[in-house]
Ligand binder design. Structure first.
Ligand code: IPM
Ligand code: MN
Length: 353
């Protein structure tokens, strides 16, 4: 059966890393004999500045009705300071496809990437589930007396029982599925006594259904401290949209930097979106220096979502070997460019890895 994947390079280094991800996907399809159809969409800041297009309804419909997954590079461009196009495309996909699980593995794949003195690479192995359809990201709010000395800006934080419960439940289900024994929930119910009271109450209720799992509540500020002090204490972490955004950048620092952080925006069983966490990195654009390994790991997550068992582990092993043997970009210890790193991964796949 042919898998149909929408590909959106986006802005900055997005198209460069996605090109490597696509090479990897095509090589795998070729070697394994999978049918693969890629739909490339030119949706980015350049396009928006040229003709005002952000995220056309036809594209949204094609993705929702015909595609199995989306591979996205990055969105964000200094020429569009209000991020208009980025919000339409990224949030259009996250909210439009109801991709409520933002799955962000924090794994340190090699000792050379480990920034903490007393720990080994294998001590960093955490799966973060970031709620991805609610919270402060719903974009509801407004200004009062804008531009005056009395101005007020309101940004609402949405937490629905349904939204909170389904992400917490997925964290427990993932723990059960993957043999993990600990789930921690990070919130801030000491300050956000309405929205996050719902989180803690719901967490305690759902936890009762998983008696074999050890549960822990941690205020998010403390979690930032604990993650750096001793990352071994966490296995699965579930949190709200904004805190998940922040925690996973901190997490990226524990895995070798943003160039190593992969993510999936997932609705279990439905078309989902896969993107490296790093963003568009405008200063690196066009120089062949961006690290494509987060995208390779992201392709692994995409393949797991499509049901290709074992492929993610193989790609992860290849990325580890790329780091070990220096077949990677400078900031992770190698001396290759973006394209040559992708070429090396493809060579390994073609020679049987
Ligand atoms: C991320 C990014 C986005 C987010 C930005 C680009 C809106 O930082 O995917 O982590 O905050 O979700
Ligand atoms: Mn982020």
């Amino acid at each position: 059966m042919t898998k149909k994947i929408a590909v959106i390079g986006g802005d900055g280094i997005g198209p460069e890393v996605v090109a490597e991800g696509v090479k990897v996907l095509e090589a795998l399809a070729d070697v394994r004999g999978w049918g693969l159809e890629l739909l490339h969409y030119d949706l980015c800041a350049d396009r928006f500045l040229k003709d005002g297009t952000t995220f056309p309804n036809e594209v949204a419909d094609t993705i929702a009705n015909e595609c199995d997954a989306v591979l996205l590079g990055a969105l964000g461009d200094p020429r569009v300071p209000d991020m208009r196009h980025a919000r339409d495309i990224l949030f259009g996909l996250r909210f439009g496809l109801d991709l409520y699980v933002n799955l962000r593995p924090i794994q340190c794949l090699h000792e050379s990437l480990m920034p903490l003195k007393k720990f080994k690479a294998s001590d960093v192995d955490i799966t973060v589930l970031r709620e991805n359809t609610e919270g402060i990201y719903v974009g509801i709010g407004g200004h009062f007396k804008k531009g005056t000395p009395d101005e007020i800006a309101v940004q609402e934080d949405f937490n629905s029982r349904k939204g909170v419960e389904r992400i917490i439940r997925e964290a427990f289900e993932l723990a059960r599925r993957t043999g993990k024994t600990k789930v921690a929930m990070a919130d801030k119910h000491n300050a956000m006594m309405h929205g996050h009271e719902l989180w803690i109450r719901c967490f305690r209720e759902v936890a009762e259904e998983y008696p074999e799992i050890e549960t822990r509540h941690v205020f998010v500020d403390a979690m930032c401290l604990f993650l750096v002090q001793d990352p071994t204490q966490f296995e699965v972490v579930v949190t709200c949209n904004l805190f998940g955004d922040i925690i996973t950048d901190l997490g990226a620092a524990l895995q070798g930097g943003m160039g190593m952080a992969a993510s999936g925006n997932i609705h279990p069983g439905k078309v989902s979106l896969f993107e490296p966490v790093h963003g568009s990195a405008p200063p690196l654009t066009g120089k062949d220096v961006a690290n494509p390994l987060a995208t390779v790991l992201t392709v692994g997550m995409l393949l797991t979502h499509l049901g290709f068992e074992g492929e993610e582990a193989k790609l992860t092993a290849l990325v580890r070997r790329a780091i070990e043997t220096g077949h990677c970009t400078r900031e992770v210890g190698g001396d290759l460019g973006t394209r040559a790193t992708g070429d090396w991964i493809v060579e390994q796949i073609r020679s049987g890895a």
